[in-house]
Design a protein around this ligand. Sequence first.
Ligand code: BES
Ligand code: MN
Ligand code: ZN
Length: 498
Amino acid sequence: MEFSTTTAGSLPLIKTPALAVGVFQDGILSPAADALDRACGGKLRAIARAEFDASPGSSLTLHALEGITADRVILLGLGRQPDYRAEALARAHQALASTCLKAGVSGAVTTLCALECPDADLTQRARLVARVVTAATYRYDTTFSTRPPAAKWRNLALHLTRTQAAQARAGLVQGAAIGAGVNLARQLGDLPANVCTPRYLGRTAKDLAREFKTLKAEVLDQKKIEALKMGSFLSVARGSAEPPVFITLRHTPSAASARKAPPIVLVGKGITFDAGGISIKPAAAMDEMKYDMCGAASVLGALRAAAELDLSREIIGIIPSCENLPSGTANKPGDIVTSLSGQTIEILNTDAEGRLILCDALTYAERFKPEAVIDMATLTGACVVALGHVNSGLFTRDEDLAARLLAAGREALDPAWRLPLEDAYQDMLKSNFADTANIGGRPAGATTAACFLSRFTGKYRWAHLDIAGTAWLQGKEKGATGRPVPLLMQYLLAQCPA
Ligand code: BES
Ligand code: MN
Ligand code: ZN
């Protein structure tokens, strides 16, 4: 998808297959809709009043309006004018995208970004629109026997004043890159586990490094992981015939002056299938455990976007990846393993495997002397119980990092909610036979998982995002969401000196 700006003078005379204008509830037209209404003799307002409720996400296509050059005018509902926020802007452009894709138009012009919005400046509005439109073009078709023809829609132009256009362009470039990162994360999540194996993730990292010159990939195989002594990670991998990989994907800004700040490290859980191991899961919905690598996918998606934008700060992605299966070589409840940190772990439940692979990756992250480490993981069913599918769970002891990540999530419409991470919960991880147990029992399950991770993060500022409820949708709409790539990119952009 190509994004551009246009400053063409007269809206009614713009030649485009689709011209989008905003309409508020109670019959209030945006300035652009009002201009078109005057050109067509009041017809637009009459139709909007009679048959358009203008709720957020609604749309109505008007064909061949007299006095208007565009092939069709698309009314986009923005909700009540006093409540207008960036979320309505995003939903309007999702509706625009689905209309344009269905109609098979080749291009469209949107007038909505010119509208002031209390929670998003122009750059942010353009970023959001480019991101959601790019994401709306995602279609999973890899494993069907016949693939549908490619979509015809090629470009979207934002109609703005000349001064606005300059500001918006940076946002469009960012949004397109973030959208591409989101779509990469979704594609990796949606692929079945017999295709998207640990080695496949490793290959994807190598492919990204070939495509973007600021990226360097290192993929360690089982022997190298053994040499590093990642005993906890390896104990999970042992149950599967599919070998583990340990991926490091590093973005180094092309400007030498931008390489001085310490790096930000992103760590992603890369369990390409989680059957639970010997503590095997029930059969219902077990297919969804192909999504247990969505943390890893979001790291790859964020690094792709960081590289495409050549962010002015070093970003390092770390991914431990393997399968969690039951077998004669699998780890067993009661087994005790030694992590890379030297701490011993009693594995009381082999289904609490995410933390077992992440702890070694978190220890490995120390070597980069990071500014901050953020890990993403589909870590606990308990987080889904607590927060549903709306918010990702945020855990950190660092108030400043919490504030930055929560703000980033809010701004990117990819929200997180902070959950407790206090020492009082650490007792639940006590083991009679090792330094720590890998589970803390049913109460506060998302917190005790985070507490376990915290034992490996003493050397740097750290936050953990539990994305078990937000990384994919269930039911008829089953599919990966690409979250939390938007949150991560909003955060990273804010940490990059201009
Ligand atoms: N990958 C799962 C968490 C999960 C479950 C995410 C369902 C999304 C939906 C994780 O590895 C797991 O199995 N966690 C256990 C931990 C328990 C054994 C302490 C869980 O949440 O049940
Ligand atoms: Mn599990
Ligand atoms: Zn898991």
